[in-house]
Design a protein around this ligand. Sequence first.
Ligand SMILES: [Zn+2]
Length: 431
Amino acid sequence: MREMAEQAVLKRVQALEPWMVGLAQELIAIPTVNPYSGDRDAPGEAAGQAWIAERLKELGGHVRCVPVPSDIYARYGLIGPPGREWKGRDNVVAEWEFGKGGPTILLNTHMDTVGTADMAIPPFDPVIRDGYLYGRGSSDSKGNLAMDLTVLRALSEAGPPRQGRLVFESVVDEECSGGGAGTLACCAAGISADLALVTDGPRGLAAIGCNGLATLWLTVKGRAGHSSLNLAVSAIDKGIVVKQAVDAFMEEYGKRHSGCRGTVGVFRAGQLPSTVPGEAVIGVNLKYAIEEARVAERTRGQWSGVLFRERFEQWLRAAVATDAWLGEHPPLLQWTSDMTPFETRADHPCVLAVLEAARDATGETLSAGFMPAWFDGARLALALRIPVIGLGHGELGQAHSAAERVPIGNLVAGARTLALLLTRLFDAFPP
Ligand SMILES: [Zn+2]
């Protein structure tokens, strides 16, 4: 019986492959660049969200919009990116009630993309060449959205599951340091599940966690003045000392925690060659290990990078104190976000079910490990305290790239895996 249901859904997925590719193309052609991408006139997610709401209604879902409250980070006691606005940027949520009992399974993916300013191909022209679909968002994460829709349709056409509930979220503000405001808003709206699958990230990985990520701004003061006088103190020179201290900290930290790196992504100072600059501003991302949050939860009662941040501050104070000027004028420090880590147990039955479904659907052995970057799964794990697994089918290294693409074969493999997995999970949960 179960085998028949599995064969039926895989057959439907196969028949829907051209439809899936068409959906991905339609979606890439709709710009949904995050307003904080740095692109001029970035449109935000609205047009894509309207498009997907229509598709979800056609698939029989009960569809609604979930806006992001302006105090969303404060509600969860989080340091979120400041100054973001979410007006006109609603999440789209759809639900299917299959029958009494059984699990509730949540599918979550983001609609926004990063900017297009540096792209080497037309970002919104979804060309197919040599088995690849090109365009902004093809890998991250519009191919995955098309894959999700295809699986939803295949499930209903193959004869829907006899029990359980499925919830699908197309969320906003995941990219461009968005911090997962959209996903958090869905959690705050009371949408929960027994298991969440986040269809984001590269193929080949069942992402059972990610490290934390803290963002920091440092303002380094010098003494502005004319370059012909000796009285001035260059904020560029002092900023370089600070940058080197940051680099040294992360090099040391990375030796003990593999995969944890720091990025000095912004260094701004100076206006004219003839003037010694009085201020430098440095923007830094610091990736921290999940152990930090575990210890912080035990000792401070908060799942966050608070201990990591304090240790960094101490290090920086000590490191710059050796410089006479900086010892007296230490850099001003502002943490603007702390994106918390998460981990789902590798031996959780749902993780094993994902690995098994991939093997049976495609012959592929997924590795269960951490996502190389922070992703929205962390928000679901934090707010809902449920097992969360990332199961994207982008191409490794293509997210945010100048000629972003996705192999169509990835989307086919992903749709097969997801369809088989959901069929099994709805049939028997926990697996
Ligand atoms: Zn993504």
